[in-house]
Design a protein around this ligand. Structure first.
Ligand code: PLZ
Length: 445
């Protein structure tokens, strides 16, 4: 078990947000664009393991990891060492001007650990959205085609192209258009809401019909899919969905891009969630969030012939694969190589699934529990129906926050609570946080 520098305990000593956070919030409102949201305006001073400490001295259990980023734990000692060392060596050269080893090392590690037994290359960027944009650039260049297909309930980012790819207009795109053309939306496999008994193959055929009739397979450069949808509420497609889509794509010369920005990097108990469906081998994978313990870096990794299809200079960016962020990524990837994070993700899954199932027996607002590894979500409904129940989610999250637990919502209908805890969270701390959630749901009976 990891050694911690901050006691792994929940402690609430003020109202939430506390007086100092309230003061900061007032300052912020005068200085920061109001377009930038804040789910829980407690201002964080330090963190370690699974604990966030705010400026009022409250200790929160973090079940969100800043949306799945600090997967191996806050202030991970390996990341601290790697970053501290690198910052004293060199902080920036721009890899496309004068390169450095860290970038190459990250590429080698990603090529090695992404699914697919074929020759690979990687390119590094700064954010998830930027990785998605570049994967699509490369797929278009490689195929010479312009159209792409994405799935209902998907989320891919906040740039112009990725705004066009998201399922939800609000809050991501409303008023920010016009958007990039060439984006086509296909029906997703959503087992909880699909007609009972619809198989993964049938759900894939439903999507393929749209693609063939409305777009034409010969016009499609790529399909982009999250193997477990993140913002959509951890929707896991029915078995057979991803492989059926892939074999159709292969037959039609369409590049398959798995967006593993949220589901990748040991989060689900494998290096990548794509590995859960035997035979599903995406051509390109987009990677970000959990790769560098909070340092901003992202990647596209995949088939060498696609990745090399751009002319030199076609792919790049000032900060992409920054030396300090790359050093953090090498540390994270090497820590994952020990195998411990996979064990932890499974340990966390067992606790989450069994505790949440207990709650499902008590609270009829729980409709579905799903996900993989340490990426588990609960979808809430009006009892006995499939009608989304976002009110219970809002109230439960508020209760958790007031009692020192940071937990995130998700879902097309905002009716999902998702868990993305750091993999170093102790059983005791996770159970304590789940006791708080249980009380939150009990208080609404
Ligand atoms: N692809 C699958 O989950 C980011 C969004 C946070 P960036 N999801 C969190 C917010 O509200 O802005 C995400 C994702 C998937 C792409 C992205 C985009 O990654 O690093 O936020 O650009």
């Amino acid at each position: 078990m990891a050694e911690f520098t901050i006691a792994q305990e929940r402690k609430v000593i003020t109202a939430i947000p506390g007086p100092k956070s309230q003061e900061m919030q007032a300052r912020r409102l005068k200085a920061v664009s109001h377009g930038v949201g804040a789910a829980l305006p407690v201002y964080i001073e330090k963190a370690n393991g699974a604990i966030l400490v705010d400026i009022d001295g409250n200790h929160f259990i973090d079940l969100g990891c800043g949306i799945g980023v600090t997967t191996i734990g806050h202030t991970n000692p390996g990341v601290i060492d790697a970053v501290s060392h690198q910052v004293n060596q060199v902080t920036h050269t721009l890899f496309t001007v004068t390169p450095y080893e860290g970038y190459v090392e990250v590429a080698e590690l990603l090529n090695k650990h992404t699914p697919g037994n074929f020759e690979k290359r990687s390119a590094l960027f700064n954010s998830g959205a930027e990785a998605v944009e570049n994967a699509i650039k490369l797929a278009r260049k490689f195929t010479g085609r312009g159209e792409i297909a994405v799935f209902d309930h998907a989320y891919h980012g906040r740039t112009n192209l990725t705004m066009a790819m998201n399922f939800k207009a609000h809050p991501y795109a409303s008023g920010f258009g016009p958007f990039a053309p060439g984006v086509n939306h296909l029906p997703m496999s959503y087992p909880f809401r699909d007609p009972a008994g619809l198989t993964g193959e049938q759900a894939a055929q439903r999507a393929i019909l749209y693609a063939e009739k409305r777009v034409g397979a010969e016009n499609l450069a790529a399909i982009v899919i999250e193997p477990v949808q993140g913002e959509g509420g951890f929707i896991v497609p029915a078995p057979g969905f991803l492989t059926t889509l892939t074999s159709w794509a292969r037959k039609n010369g369409i590049v398959v891009i798995a967006d593993e920005v949220q589901s990748g990097i040991a989060r689900t108990g494998q290096w990548f969630a794509s590995e859960y469906e035997a035979g599903f081998e995406p051509d390109l994978i987009t990677i970000a969030k959990g790769i560098a313990g909070g340092m901003p870096i992202s990647a596209v990794t995949g088939r060498a012939e696609i990745m090399d299809s751009s002319h030199p200079g076609g792919i790049g960016g000032t900060f992409g694969g920054n030396p300090v962020a790359a050093a953090a990524a090498v540390s994270v990837l090497k820590q994952i190589e020990t195998g411990q994070p996979f064990e932890d993700a499974k340990r966390i899954e067992n606790i989450l699934v069994s505790r949440l199932n207990e709650m499902k027996n008590k609270y009829s607002v729980i409709g579905d529990i799903r996900g993989r590894g340490a990426m588990i979500a609960v979808e809430f409904v009006e009892p006995g129906t499939l009608n989304p129940n976002s009110a219970v989610v809002d109230a439960a999250i508020k209760f958790c926050n007031q009692n020192g637990v940071v937990v995130l919502n998700a879902g097309t209908y905002n009716n999902v609570i998702r868990f993305l805890p750091p993999l170093v969270i102790t059983d005791e701390l996770l159970n304590d946080a789940l006791n708080v959630l249980d009380s939150a749901l009990a208080s609404q009976q």
